[in-house]
Design a protein around this ligand. Structure first.
Ligand SMILES: Nc1nc2c(ncn2[C@@H]2O[C@H](COP(=O)(O)OP(=O)(O)OP(=O)(O)O)[C@@H](O)[C@H]2O)c(=O)[nH]1
Ligand SMILES: [Mg+2]
Length: 253
């Protein structure tokens, strides 16, 4: 499917989200500026989200179901979503209602102003994290703040997946994450090292009230560490590439 350059594509990975789905669609319709295309990415035909999503899609031409055939898991689901979106602004939103879609207008404004990645950040003034496991919360905050202060990453929240990307940039950078949600850190670290403009807006994240979390902290931690180190030790390349991209006649790495 094609999306025009300026049309917003919304990529939503789902895994048995039947309970949350109707409210997600309400929030999209109430908060997002039209036009948009919503890509619901699922892994298997028995997913409980599918009957609900199919029914709602009958009266909503913007709603499209995409089967992730790149391999199971959230990273592959997002990769399938980005391939479908192709170009233009692509917003990643969770179906568990944790993300506040009221922030999207501000994210789009930064995108239109030239940012190629816009992070919704829980760890800045005006941002907040409500609920969620203590260890995961603490590690995520530590990672975000240390990358901001030590590497100069232009966001305080390196790990939140609620983000607006330039889809062309993502498809060009190639996603290496295969399993978990470290994909947000991978993409932001890569964009940073390339010298791309990254923006952030404050957001309030709240833990899901229905359905089950599939976050696997200990299994995915080594993958997070890989991209953490990449951003940390890439700060000098990032500074060099930022200087190069600021001069239009030369090419960045
Ligand atoms: N396609 C696909 N979607 C997934 C998979 N696992 C999770 N999701 C979806 O990804 C979104 C976030 O999943 P969660 O399991 O809540 O993970 P999280 O929000 O990072 O972690 P928590 O903070 O624990 O909620 C939801 O929309 C899920 O339905 C998966 O294996 N495949
Ligand atoms: Mg969640």
């Amino acid at each position: 499917m094609d999306s025009t350059d300026d049309q917003l594509s919304v990529i939503v990975p789902v895994y048995n989200e039947a309970e949350n789905f109707p409210r997600l669609i309400d929030e999209i319709e109430n908060c997002l500026p039209r036009p948009y295309l919503v890509l619901i990415v699922y892994d298997f035909d028995e997913d409980t989200t599918l009957p609900v999503a199919r029914k709602m899609a009958e009266t909503r031409p913007y709603l499209s179901l995409v089967k992730n055939d790149l391999g199971r898991g959230p990273a592959n689901a997002l990769r399938a979503g980005f391939q479908e979106a192709q170009s233009g602004p692509a917003l990643v939103v969770m179906a568990d209602l944790s993300d506040d879609l009221h922030d999207v207008a501000e994210m789009l404004a930064l995108y239109r102003d030239g940012c190629r990645v816009v992070c919704a950040s829980r760890y800045v003034r005006g941002g907040k994290q409500l609920g969620g496991p203590f260890l995961k919360r603490t590690l995520s905050r530590l990672a975000g703040l240390s990358l901001y202060y030590m590497a100069g990453l232009p966001t305080h929240d390196a790990t939140n997946n609620f983000r607006l990307y330039d889809a062309e940039l993502v498809n060009e950078m190639q996603i290496e994450s295969e399993h978990g949600f470290e994909i947000a850190l991978e993409l932001t670290a890569k964009a940073f090292v390339r010298g791309e403009r990254i923006g952030e807006v404050p957001t309030v994240w709240k833990d899901r009230s229905a359905g089950e979390s599939r976050f696997r902290l200990f299994r995915w931690l080594p993958k997070y560490l890989r991209w953490y180190r990449y951003a940390l030790f890439g700060r000098w390349r990032a500074a060099k590439n930022r200087r190069t991209t600021a001069q239009p006649s030369s090419t960045a790495e």
